[in-house]
Design a protein around this ligand. Sequence first.
Ligand code: NZQ
Ligand code: ZN
Length: 384
Amino acid sequence: MQFHYHNPTHILFGQGQIANINRIITPEQKVLVLYGGGSIKRNGVYDQVVAALQGYQCLEFGGVEPNPTKETLDKAVALVKAENIDFILAVGGGSVIDGAKYIAAAACYDGDGWDIVTGQHKIFAAIPLGAILTLPATGSESNSGSVITKAETQDKLSFMSPYVQPVFAVMDPDTMKTLPEWQLKNGIVDAWVHICEQYLTWPQGTMVQDGYAESLLKNLLVLGNDFADHDTNEWRSNLMYTANQALNGLIGSGVAHDWATHAIGHELTALYGVNHARSLAIIQPSLLRNQVDFKRAKLAQMGRNVFGLEASDNLAEQTIDAIEAFYNSLGVASILTSEDRQGQAKDDAVTALMTQLEKHGLNAMGENQAITPEESRKILMAAL
Ligand code: NZQ
Ligand code: ZN
């Protein structure tokens, strides 16, 4: 086992923590407050930000959409450059935080910000940013990843850089009170799949990473099964912290990763607007069944240690069924309906998705690079 692990994000966890952001952002810094469609203005989060930054020089930019687009974010990049912004405060879910990461990097680059997403331009500078999380799911608040969509070409791609890792992340579970139930359930599914992408590969003798991943998966199972308690601070706190730990680099240190479910899922979102968690619930069971021989030992380990299944010859297959049943028990459908496909025939949808995968060079995915176009097609045929 060999790895570097450095997570510099300062975590401020718990009720009332938004008030403490002025201990980290200094009064000399000119701040851009970035937010989405306005949920923060309706639930009191915006008012808490304004109160905490009283006396600061602040500008704001709203309207970052779910699955944030380069087209919208570029307007904020122009503002940051014109106004010499020193600090970007992202207030929202993964989309706003990912958007802030793009803006922070693109504002330090003279070319087209999309070059950063495609990797054509390597980042060596970014405006510092902080996050106030209002939707636990992505882990974006304390990781270095960002997923951006170019609406013009329906490309949804990710980039990673330590320069865009948030300086701090506020996680106040009270901000979750206004989330609709389906968003909370989607958060459970997204965090779950993040853990799977870093755990469901092959046994590598990594006791710490495996043990912690299994604990986080068990938390999500309990939170899903105890969904009736979602209106309590304890339930909210546990989901918020579990989703954070699922993708902050810790369980992924020193182990093989997969991420093929996410890569294919992003194409479903880009072409059909399927929300992120559902895209994962649609792809993952089919992908695991396709790759079961490579993943058999870890699936069996997960079946035993997370679901408490008895030893059997087809434990891996039973574990996949249990995962899919868990999503369905939350009401997150694991099939793409013809309505989702906007009436398009299944074969045509598969062809369109295959064209996207090819365009993005995704022709050898997964921990073994075993998901070739041929396997992707089989996965999509079974998933759709
Ligand atoms: O825009 P507003 O008005 O704020 O409403 C949002 C949005 O409509 C709403 N919302 C957020 N907090 C709320 C709230 N509504 C009521 N009360 C609150 N407290 O929720 C809607 C969805 O928000 P969004 O930020 O899009 O959701 P999520 O956090 O699931 O982020 C999804 C994006 O993150 C990317 C996804 O691909 C997708 O683009 N991901 C980022 C990752 C990363 N950076 O590490 C990893 C993930 O795998 C994922 O790919
Ligand atoms: Zn995800």
